[in-house]
Structures are given as C-alpha cells and as structure tokens.
Ligand binder design. Structure first.
Ligand code: ASP
Ligand code: MG
Length: 364
C-alpha cells in the first residue's frame, strides 16, 4: 500500500470524505468515530423517514462516461423522492483484466503485469476525461484515481518475486469497484447530487476464504449503518463498491465472481432499504433467454419461491445468495434495464398475491 494514501483526503466542504481517513493496510476508507456536526447521532441510527432505495449497477451499465452519466441520472431522479444508496460493479471487463494481472504475476511475467496495470489505470483516467467535469472537480477526482493507481502499481513490482496468493488475487480484483465508485460519485456530483465513494471493505466483514468470502451479516449491518446512515441523513448519496469486503484484521476479500448483486442485497439490508433495484441490460426476468427464443416472455411479478424455482430450473435470475437474503428479510427486488428505464422491470417480493404458476412453466 503506498504511503501517500495514509492521509486525510482533500475534499470539498460538503463531502463526508472530510470525516474519513485512509487505512494504510487495506486502502479502504474508514470513518473517524465522530459524526458530521449537523447530524444528530440518535437520528442517524435509523434510516431517513422519506424511505431509502438501493440501486445496484452492473458492469455493462457503467461501461464508459456516457453510460455512467446515464446511470447517475437514474439515481438523481430517484433522489428527488427518497434517499438513495448506490452499489457499483467494476466497469465491464475490468475484473477480468485485473485477474489477468494476478495470473501474469504468478507466472513471473512482471513486465506484462505492470503494463496491464497501467492499462487499467489509463482506462479509468480516459473515462474521467470523457465525464468532462469542471476543472477543479476533474483535478480532484484525477488525483483520487491516481492515488488508487499508485496502490495498484504498488502490487506489481518492477522486479523480484511475487507469491500469487488468493489474498493477492482479491486485493487486485478489488480495484475495479474502487475505481468505478469514484467515477460514479463524480458523475453524480456533476449532475448536482452530493455523493461520496465508500469502500465496502470499511464495513462488509467477512471470513478469510479469499475469492469466496462469506459475510458476517450482523456485524456488517452494525458497522455499515454507522457509515451509511449519517450520509443518507445529510442527503449525500453513498456510492458503495460491490464485490468486496474485508477480514476482521482488515485484509481485502471478495465475495466471489459476479457477487455484486449480492453486495447490493447486503447493502440494502444494512440500510433497511424499501427496495433494491438491480439495474442491468435486460428488461427483467424472462421465461426463457430472449436472445435464443422467440417464445420468451417477460415476467412482471415473482414471489421468492417462483424466482427460486426459475433459478433452480437453470434460468439466469440473480446471484444465488440474493434470493435467500431477500426472502429472509422480506426485501423487494426489482430487475430493471438501465438502457430502457421506461420498462417496468420484474418485481420479486414477499408475495404478489396473484398466483401465476404458468409463468414459471417453460423457464430455462
Ligand atoms: N466485478 C466483479 C466480477 O466481475 C463483481 C460483479 O461484477 O458482480 O466478478
Ligand atoms: Mg456483473
């Protein structure tokens, strides 16, 4: 971890970044144990009264500045009527890229690993450029990305030997979400919405099974509320990294590939969100794969049991751990299309009251 990151972040006056300090160990931002003066500590222990929604954006919804701004626009619209927390994946393809750095390291190909790391940093700097932020704002976010880039390059030495452990794979893989959270928060701010990137490794506490870590929900909820609720009460959108957590001694873990839907559900649970909206690139859940079958029908409403039956029959519904957590906590989940936000999407909830077993038939 580069020593430059052991510092208070320079941040605009409103930003709660002023209340955070970076951890030298994990690169995760962690809160000072004091609250913004304006927020009453007791009030901040319950979610804002106007209701909270959690939006999770997948990698294809974040591929490039135009898409990030579009997604941020969806969050801005929701922020008019309720408090919003955003959970982001890495930009599409970035996690694979980061893992290829880990593979290059384990093969002893240090030069290639370093070149790849530079490609990843430049990819995000290019998106920042395309966001066309105001000059001061651009400088500030550029500095944040560059600090993160230093941390990434620090993992990839110019010479020597690197033991490519599962722990290193997770540390490297974590950078995608850490980059995209910064870019998404910057896009929201460009649209006039106060936002701050939050590293989920600050509060998603996991076991140390790297690459497939299990979260400890109780402690995660307790720690997460201390960080997220004061932001929501201040009208600041936390933009939280999906995919990553940390062990009790502060080492970065990941919850497994494609787990950011699960992170979305965890974060929605932490803040008692009324709804979790998973924004993706299809209109919702279908009876069959719409690109393969003309018969495919979009399902508007599903109970947890119906969604479970669909998943069990092989349909690509949601990450396997989302439904159990949603059912346990009565969480309403929407699957919606970022690129077609007019479409209503699929709602998965406790019980829609209209039994439609026929909807499940023919699912693939
Ligand atoms: N970025 C992670 C992956 O590619 C998590 C996710 O996208 O859900 O596996
Ligand atoms: Mg994904």
């Amino acid at each position: 971890m580069s020593p430059e990151n052991v510092q208070e972040e320079s941040a605009p006056e409103r930003s709660p970044a002023a209340f955070r300090v970076r951890s030298a160990r994990t690169g995760a931002a962690r809160p000072f144990d004091r609250f913004p003066a304006a927020v009453d500590k007791r009030a901040a222990s319950t979610p804002p009264a106007n209701g909270v929604v959690a939006f999770k954006f997948g990698g294809s919804s974040l591929l490039g500045a135009e898409r990030i701004l579009h997604a941020a626009g969806l969050a801005r619209r929701a922020a008019r009527s309720s408090s919003v927390a955003v959970v982001v994946s890495a930009m599409k393809g970035v996690t694979d890229h980061l893992l290829s750095i880990a593979h290059a390291l384990s093969d002893g190909k240090l030069t290639r690993a370093r070149q790849e790391a530079e490609v990843v940093l430049n990819l995000h700097l290019d998106v920042l450029h395309d966001l066309r932020l105001g000059e001061g704002h651009d400088l500030r976010v550029r500095r944040e990305l560059q600090l993160l880039g230093c941390d990434l390059l620090h993992e990839v030495p110019v010479q020597g030997f690197v033991a490519a452990s599962a722990e290193l794979f997770d540390r490297l893989a974590s950078f995608g979400e850490r980059f995209s959270a910064r870019l998404f928060a910057a896009a929201l701010e460009k649209l006039g919405i106060a936002a701050v990137p939050v590293a989920s490794s600050e509060f998603v506490l996991t076991c140390d099974t790297f690459r497939d870590a299990q979260p400890h929900l109780e402690q995660t909820k307790q720690r997460g509320r201390e960080i997220l609720l004061p932001l929501l009460h201040e009208g600041i959108v936390p933009v939280v990294t999906g995919f990553i957590g940390s062990t009790p001694d502060g080492r970065i873990t990941t919850l497994g590939r494609n787990s950011s839907d699960f992170s979305g559900a965890i974060i929605a649970h932490v803040i008692d969100a009324d709804e979790l909206v998973i924004w993706t690139d299809v209109d919702g859940i279908y009876t069959a794969n719409p690109s393969e079958s003309g018969e495919a029908r979009l399902l508007h409403e599903l109970s947890y049991d119906e969604a479970h039956a669909l998943a069990a029959s092989g349909a690509k519904v949601l990450h396997a751990k989302v439904l159990p957590l949603a059912a346990e906590t009565d969480m309403v989940i929407w699957i919606r299309n970022t690129f077609n936000p007019q479409a209503r999407g699929t709602r998965i909830g406790p019980d829609h009251g209209i039994p439609r077993p026929s909807q499940v038939r023919g699912a693939v």
